[in-house]
Design a protein around this ligand. Structure first.
Ligand code: NDP
Length: 316
């Protein structure tokens, strides 16, 4: 439990630094809420590990994800947001002001909280996948693909992320073996077409990964066709997992209403959670759209909701 003494007190505390967090910071600053934003473990969020973003309105020629997040941060700073490096490690929402612990050390007291902690990559759950993580196993082709130039690699997944990453890897690697657990891809048609039209991406349908093999580094992967039972071992240097994400909501469990997957529930059409004065924006509360632009839009909503909430409470 947080102690009530000597804690820093802020009107609007924003947790997270993706499009949702920074947009909330821009709006909250302009509303004179003097927001303090903690960036979390990955400043800039998931877009810092993507390449080209072609669908964010306003960037007519597209932009690199990391560069876009630098722009977001600059804009939030220019509006006056206090942006800090630090990870929210615990919360106490039992009474006002709400308390949020940073880096397992200091507590911040906040009249309103905007949660924009995003989502993180999912893993298959194989022992060998965890053991070789960082030694050929990765959940980010854009971060780690470079290490596998001129080698054969494999990727698991069939959504837009897997398609995008397979295409990225195909430019660096000799062959990309793509394992898809069903007989269809979830990715958008345009991304599927690109995958099918890339000569060095080899698609394996109805395929499960049984084990990633390697002593110090990945050397091969064992797969199984889940229709025929046929097994194969394929020599590879890198194994990429692109099977979706899970919301970063663990520290809010027990305080906020969530769905079975851990996405924070908000009142439809608002960013309000079940605790008044605590708002959620971006991927931590959105399992449907998950786009930078929708995250930014919901960050704006959260700041406006916080402004109204503080105004109604007479806190300025
Ligand atoms: P998705 O949830 O869309 O896809 C996850 C994929 O991983 C599915 O094909 C799923 O298979 C597969 N999968 C899940 N668990 C396993 C498992 N244990 N073993 C094997 N395969 C598994 O996640 P994405 O990260 O691809 O995309 C998230 C959202 O972001 C989507 O809305 C997507 O459209 C969007 N996006 C948009 C981009 C763009 O517009 N440029 C780029 C990247 C993402 P199954 O289909 O069988 O369930």
């Amino acid at each position: 439990m947080a102690t009530a003494t000597e804690n820093e007190r802020v009107h609007c505390l924003i947790i997270g630094s993706g499009p949702a967090g920074y947009t909330a910071a821009i709006y909250a600053s302009r509303a004179n809420l003097k927001p303090v934003l903690y960036q979390g473990i990955q400043p800039g969020g998931q877009l810092t590990i993507t390449t080209e973003v072609e669908n964010y309105p306003g960037y007519a020629d597209g932009i690199q994800g990391p560069e876009m997040m630098v722009d977001f941060e600059k804009q939030a700073k220019r509006m006056g947001a206090d942006i800090r490096y630090g990870l929210a490690t615990k919360v106490d929402f039992s009474s006002q002001p709400y308390k949020v612990q940073i880096d397992e050390e200091k507590w911040i007291e906040a009249d309103s909280v905007v949660i924009a902690t995003g989502a993180s990559a999912k893993w298959l759950g194989l022992e060998s996948e965890q053991r070789l993580n960082g030694y050929g196993v990765s959940a980010c082709a854009v971060c780690d693909g470079f290490f596998f130039r001129g080698k054969e690699v494999a990727i698991v997944g069939a959504g837009d992320t897997a398609a995008e990453e397979a295409l990225y890897l195909s430019k660096l690697c000799t062959t990309v073996h793509m394992f898809i657990r069903r007989d269809a891809m979830r990715a958008s048609k345009v991304m599927q077409e690109r995958v099918f039209n890339t000569a060095n991406i080899k698609v394996y349908w109805n395929t499960d990964t049984e084990e990633v093999i390697g002593d110090k580094h990945v050397t091969s992967v064992k797969i199984k066709n889940n229709k025929t039972g046929e097994k194969q071992e394929i020599p590879i240097g890198g194994f990429f997992v692109a099977i979706g994400h899970q919301p970063n909501s663990d520290i809010f469990k027990g305080w906020l209403d969530m769905d079975e997957a851990g996405y924070i529930k908000t009142i439809p059409g608002t960013s309000k959670t079940n605790i008044e004065g605590v708002f959620a924006a971006g991927d931590v509360q959105d399992k449907i759209y998950r786009q930078a632009v929708t995250a930014a839009g919901s960050g704006c909503m959260a700041a406006l909701d916080a402004e109204r909430y503080l105004g109604a409470k007479g806190i300025h």
